[in-house]
Design a protein around this ligand. Structure first.
Ligand SMILES: Nc1nc2c(c(=O)[nH]1)N[C@H]1C(S)=C(S)[C@@H](COP(=O)(O)OP(=O)(O)OC[C@H]3O[C@@H](n4cnc5c(=O)[nH]c(N)nc54)[C@H](O)[C@@H]3O)O[C@H]1N2
Ligand SMILES: Nc1nc2c(c(=O)[nH]1)N[C@H]1C(S)=C(S)[C@@H](COP(=O)(O)OP(=O)(O)OC[C@H]3O[C@@H](n4cnc5c(=O)[nH]c(N)nc54)[C@H](O)[C@@H]3O)O[C@H]1N2
Ligand code: SF4
Ligand SMILES: [Mo]
Length: 733
């Protein structure tokens, strides 16, 4: 494949194609009045910079309004992250504004929770109801009995409100359901984590290993662009994935590993590298401790040992270990992102961290750069009240290396009332029904609440369980907090309204401020409006809101980002060195060097359920976006061709997946393919919506989360592993 078609395959920056799709898709769905921001002229073409919210990568974008109508969104050319090109989801961002299913008015529950029957109320009625309940909960149980679940920068003003109210229980699913184990594994090894955007220098890597990370389907913009550049430049690529992913189709080596055995493969690589002394000696001597203990622990983990476990031939393991070492330190073993798979995920991440350490890639060009950022003053707020009780999610430090709050820990406390009762949930921009494993437990917890508030743009499944629904304006209709990015060059960026909020929707900052007044917490919101807040922070840092609004982003001076450019190597672990052997883990009786332990395998007739991303959707949040809906309406289940033949199924047939606990999926289309192993099946996450409010997307495709009834908790940091469910396949009636 030549480089042009390779690039095209990765589908970034198809701006013109995106616009064409827009016109077609929107004409079918747009009946609502469009109110352009008062600062926008009614005639002519007008552009406004902002940053994208179709996922959490925060690419900088420029929205174009033509003759008073929102026309297109493109990448901001001065943005170091998007380099002027958005992914298909970002380009389809206009669809979130034109989505006919979006929430329009504040709602209160009419009957039982979950019935999705509503009374429309005024904002004032909604806030009065919430504040009364919150005050009651505070006087009866203390402020800690209210928890906030949020995801994304939009949640900042609610986090602030909750801290002012007095609760420390603020959690996001991006920790215990996503990257938490990775961050714990890297922190235990290097003293720092990989961050988001990840500090991976993919574009300069000479040897790239992807263990499950399905770049090209996982569409995090910068990574995908850097990936395309690297491939074009001839970077060696090794993809380890039970499925022949888009990335695998570009690879020099594809290892269709038996699911759940990656630790064995990584240990075998480490075994070869330490025994043949292929590691970066100078780097390891200078910066690492524990090499001897590492060597001893992995001494039996030979490629011959790993072969029957992983299904990857010993000579291939040996050959690729040597190849990897040839390109060090520009050998990047990608740390992944969504790593909550099997319950030993922090250990798998630590094995990956150790392998990177041996390659000397941490802090080096083509490995992991040291991110830089600008210094922006925080707003001079009064001090928050102190919580006597502390957080509820991780009693007695049961998960000793949880450095963020565990969503599912809050859920558990809400069910058990221990270590203390939780009586109110505030949910901002996270669809907990689709996001946390075991839906029944989530519902059980919600049934124990005295107050359940959901702040949403769409009638998502979690919205159906709320007492009060607060409809938020979309990212195109509001300001959010300043984005202070940690990246290869320092910059800050702004999200600002392109349009006035449609219907009765309001921005989150406005809701938080109004609620603070009802709660008597107005001293924590001393600014009159968001512009005043943003301008104060910027002026106190030597910039202005006017300046930031105009360009969309402001860059700081370039700084060194690699050790070889002068970054001082620092490893904030207890020893001050890279810890190949972890005394910290040993002290808790946990494996100081990762070990392989066998996971349960699917019984006969069952297949392990795996899941991932589609390039044109984000989680469960874009299925009703008219533009993205047009691109992909339902997911399909990948079934190995041999298995499909045996079951007399062909591509396009509909089946039902039934898991080990008897839970049945919606009907889902078969994709019979040789591109997946025989022991697993695969679907894209986010489909199979059930909410009544999703007029078009409801009932289309299968929901992985419905089938994830079984999960395992990572003993190191409390993450919930979800690749432990097995399904049988029934032909749909
Ligand atoms: N388009 C799009 N892009 C996104 C997102 C989105 O919603 N849409 N979400 C973003 C977010 S928040 C995240 S966290 C990332 C997630 O994206 P990643 O971190 O890249 O992916 P995962 O979901 O962990 O992994 C999915 C891949 O792992 C493979 N896999 C499954 N089991 C195993 C196994 O046992 N071993 C190995 N080696 N591989 C296995 C699957 O076949 C699949 O290819 O994507 C980000 N990018
Ligand atoms: N089964 C299963 N579970 C998973 C995953 C998986 O692949 N499979 N992936 C895991 C990963 S990696 C992650 S990061 C998490 C992600 O989990 P979540 O953050 O919960 O992701 P979404 O399901 O997209 O939920 C986001 C919700 O925010 C709403 N929303 C969108 N824009 C706005 C806005 O501007 N304002 C407000 N107030 N709301 C808005 C959307 O309508 C949507 O309902 O899920 C994790 N859980
Ligand atoms: S990666 Fe795509 S969806 Fe995510 S912020 Fe960037 S353009 Fe938007
Ligand atoms: Mo994630």
């Amino acid at each position: 494949m030549n480089s042009i078609s390779r690039r095209r395959f990765l589908k970034i920056g198809a701006a013109t194609a995106g616009v064409a799709a827009t016109a077609g898709a929107l004409s079918k769905f747009t009946q609502q009045a469009v109110k352009i921001s008062s600062s926008v002229p009614e005639k002519g073409v007008y552009t406004i910079p902002t940053y994208c919210d179709l996922c959490f990568w925060k690419c900088n974008a420029i929205a174009t309004v033509k003759d008073g109508k929102l026309w297109k969104i493109e990448g901001n050319p001065i943005d170091p992250m998007s380099k002027g090109r958005l992914c298909p989801r970002g380009t389809g961002g206009i669809g979130s504004y034109y989505d006919p299913d979006r929430l329009r008015k504040p709602l209160m529950r009419k009957n039982n929770r979950g019935q999705e029957e509503w009374v429309e109320v005024t904002w004032d009625e909604a806030f009065t109801f919430i504040a009364d309940k919150m005050n009651k909960i505070k006087s009866e149980y203390g402020p800690e009995a209210v928890a906030l679940f949020s995801h994304g920068i939009g949640g900042n003003f609610f986090k602030h409100l909750m801290k002012a109210y007095g609760t420390p229980n603020l959690a996001a699913p991006s920790f215990a359901q996503c990257r938490g184990p990775r961050d714990a594994g890297f922190r235990l090894t290097f003293g720092e984590d990989v961050g988001s955007p990840e500090r991976t220098d993919i574009e300069n890597s000479k040897f790239l290993v992807l263990i499950g990370s399905h770049l090209g389907e996982n569409m995090h913009n910068t990574q995908v662009q850097e990936f395309a550049t690297a491939i074009e430049r001839g970077t060696k690529l090794l993809v380890v994935d039970p499925r022949h992913s888009v990335a695998a189709s570009k690879a020099d080596w594809w290892f269709p590993i038996k699911p759940g055995t990656d630790i064995a493969l990584i240990l075998a690589w480490i075994n070869v590298i330490v025994n043949e002394e292929l590691y970066d000696k100078v780097y390891i001597d200078k910066y690492a401790i524990g090499l001897d203990k590492l060597k001893k622990t992995v001494s039996n983990n030979t490629p011959e040992w790993a072969y029957p476990i992983t299904g990857i031939k010993a000579e291939l393991i040996r050959e690729t270990a040597r190849e990897m070492a040839r390109y060090k330190p520009a050998t990047l073993i990608h740390p992944g992102r969504h790593v909550t798979w099997y319950g030993d995920d922090s250990q798998r991440s630590r094995a990956i961290a150790i392998l990177n350490a041996l390659m000397g890639s941490w802090g080096r060009k083509g490995g992991f750069f040291s991110p830089v950022s600008m210094d922006i003053a925080s707003y001079p707020y009064p001090e928050f009240p102190h919580s006597e009780k502390g957080k509820v999610d991780n009693p007695d430090k049961k998960y000793p290396f949880a450095h963020e709050t565990i969503t599912t820990g809050i859920r558990e406390a809400t069910i058990s009332g221990k270590p203390y009762p939780v009586k109110g949930w505030f949910v901002y921009a996270t669809n907990l029904i689709f996001t946390l494993p075991n839906e029944d437990e989530t519902i059980k917890a919600i049934q124990n609440l005295d107050l359940m508030v959901v702040v949403e743009t769409q009638p998502s499944e979690i919205t159906g369980w709320a007492d009060v629904v607060l409809p938020e304006a979309t990212y195109l209709e509001r300001y959010d907090d300043i984005n202070v990015e940690f990246f290869k060059e320092p910059f800050i960026s702004i999200r600002q309204p392109v349009l006035e909020p449609a219907f009765e929707t309001k921005p989150g900052w406005w809701m938080a401020k109004k609620l603070s007044e009802k709660l008597g917490l107005e001293k924590y919101f001393p600014w009159n409006n968001i512009e005043e807040y943003l301008d104060t922070r910027l002026k106190n840092s030597g910039y202005s809101l006017e300046q930031l609004k105009k360009a969309g982003l402001i860059k700081g001076d370039k700084q060194p980002i690699y050790f070889e450019e002068g970054v001082t190597p620092e490893f904030p672990t207890p020893s001050g060195k890279i810890e190949l052997y972890s005394e910290q883990l040993a002290a808790y009786g946990l494996d100081p060097v990762p070990r392989y332990r066998k996971h349960e395998e699917p019984p006969p007739g069952y297949y392990r359920l795996l899941f991932g991303r589609s390039p044109v959707h984000s989680f469960g949040r874009t299925q009703s976006n008219p533009i993205l809906f047009d691109m992909m309406k339902e997911n399909e289940v990948w079934i190995n061709k041999f298995i499909a033949d045996k079951l007399e199924l062909k591509s396009g047939d509909y089946v039902i997946l039934v898991n080990q606990d008897g839970v049945r999926s919606n009907k889902v289309k078969v994709k019979a393919t040789e591109r997946i192993r025989q022991d697993c099946v695969y679907i894209v996450h986010g489909f199979g919506h059930t909410s009544k409010g999703f007029v078009r997307s409801r009932g289309l495709g299968a929901s992985d989360n419905q089938l994830v009834t079984k999960y395992k908790i990572d003993p190191i940091m409390g993450g919930t592993a979800q690749h432990l469910n097995f399904v049988t396949i029934e032909r749909a009636a």
